[in-house]
Design a binder for this molecule. Structure first.
Ligand code: NAD
Length: 414
């Protein structure tokens, strides 16, 4: 059973503990191709926009030690396009259970289905003995998220989450500076994602009761909620950088412009953390989006930290309340990432946010592969991802019910 034998329970647990305690990102080079290097066999479930635009090209171009041995999608044209992008004639399936049953040699599954299906596909993969890298959000319910974490532990398989912003050099540098006391204690965060509307070509979910087909991002059932589909990356980074558990969450929001859907198009979220820090997070779909889509400003007891981005370089400005400020340059890439970075710069993205997300998605795969080889838990793991959906669910519950939601409310059902 492949790496099942190499990843003993002890090693898995030791690795999981080590990974959970550290903020530092592992080195920049992909796992090296040593004499005894083995090939890792992956299945990819769903070949929609994200899989075709990121996961498949990244695996194809930068990870010769990974072989995609099967693809799966319920939409035949997307499956065909996925095969075309990957460029090899691998077995293609419309049923992920059949794919799992027919590929005992498969080590890992990359889960890129719409949000409401993450839990069922990931749990089936764990039960079949596979490791899982799932797209965010971890799940659409807390209970499902917990079931995924438990299945990963029960079957001693890794659970990694596609929170690429956790692998951004910019946010790692900001976390490091905050830890070093560059702005004193973080007391306030002013942040927002003004991202533009969802992809109009998203897969359509057909309601079995009514037969009506709807963009899956427009429905609570299939997306979780708008803040779960996006905004969750930023809420996760804020949680990581503030480094304190939320205490209470409240929000307002609704559909001010896009009234053709269940899911909201704007929100204002307030989070009070145990440390006393407060966060004000804005979210909007009716904006032009990039290049100024993302705002994140940290105010500490001794000063302010903000970031600015240009397509090829990023800056962190630290302004103390008294004395001279400083600007720190942060590159988008590290030594060893030149090829990936040059390819990104030649690509269609013209803004720093897109560039950073692309190179960080490459690192999601690199770190997952390292975890497969070492047994260490990835930095973007199940526990952190469950906290992130908890924040998004609490905010959505608050804006619907007008209630302030304490962090202890673990089972929020929208
Ligand atoms: N990390 C990021 O920055 C990022 C960016 C975009 C999307 N995502 C995530 O990626 C996931 C997919 O998003 P997308 O943009 O590709 O959506 P999409 O609508 O473009 O594609 C979804 C695909 O899933 C397929 N599908 C639906 N049900 C299926 C099933 N039962 N089995 C197999 N395939 C099935 C559809 O046919 C479609 O091809 C979502 O979870 C989304 O949140 C993450």
């Amino acid at each position: 059973m492949g790496n099942q034998q190499t990843l003993t329970r002890r090693k898995f647990l030791e690795g999981a503990i080590a990974g959970a305690s550290g903020l530092a990102m592992a080195g920049s080079n992909p796992p090296s191709a040593s004499a005894d290097a083995r090939t890792w066999k992956y299945g990819v479930v769903a070949t929609g926009t994200r899989a075709r635009g990121s996961h498949l090209p990244i695996l194809r171009d930068y990870f010769p030690q990974v072989e995609v041995v099967a693809l799966c999608d319920v939409t035949p044209e997307n499956l065909q396009q996925g095969l075309k992008v990957y460029g090899k004639n691998v077995p293609a399936y419309s049923d992920y259970k059949k794919m799992l049953a027919e590929h005992p040699e498969m080590d890992a599954v990359v889960v890129v289905v719409p949000n409401f299906l993450h839990a069922e596909v990931a749990i089936a993969a764990f039960e079949a003995g596979k490791h899982v890298l799932t797209e965010k959000p971890l799940a659409t319910h807390m209970a499902d998220a917990t079931r995924m974490i438990e299945a990963s532990q029960k079957h001693q398989r890794l659970l990694a989450v596609g929170f690429e912003m956790r692998y951004s050099l910019l946010f790692h540098r900001m976390a490091e500076l905050i830890q070093q006391g560059a702005i004193g204690d973080v007391e306030q965060v002013f942040a927002g994602l003004f991202r533009g509307d969802w992809n109009p070509h998203s897969w359509k979910y057909t309601d079995p009761r009514t037969g009506v087909s709807t963009n899956w991002r427009f429905l609570t059932y299939t997306s979780g909620c708008s803040l779960m589909e996006d905004g969750i990356h930023e809420l996760d980074v804020i949680h990581w950088l503030v480094n304190s558990q939320p205490k209470v969450i409240q929000a307002q929001g609704g559909n001010n412009v896009f009234r053709d859907r269940q899911t909201i198009d704007n929100a204002g979220v307030l989070i009070e953390f145990e440390s006393g820090a407060r966060c004000n997070f804005g979210f909007s779909l009716f904006t032009p989006g990039t290049p100024d889509a993302l705002v994140m400003r940290f105010y500490g007891s001794q000063g302010e930290m903000i970031f600015r981005r240009e397509p090829e370089i990023q800056y962190i400005d630290i302004k103390p309340y008294h004395g001279k400020g400083e600007t720190i340059q942060v590159a988008y890439s590290q030594p060893g990432e030149e090829k990936v970075w040059n390819d990104i710069l030649k690509g269609p993205h013209a803004d720093g946010m897109g560039n950073d997300n692309q190179i960080s998605t490459y690192r999601v795969h690199r770190e997952f592969l390292k975890s497969l080889e070492t047994g260490a838990a990835p930095f973007a793991n199940g526990e952190g991802a469950r906290d992130a959906i908890h924040i998004a669910l609490a905010a959505e519950h608050s804006l619907r019910k007008g209630e302030i939601v304490p962090w202890e409310s673990r089972d929020i059902i929208l």
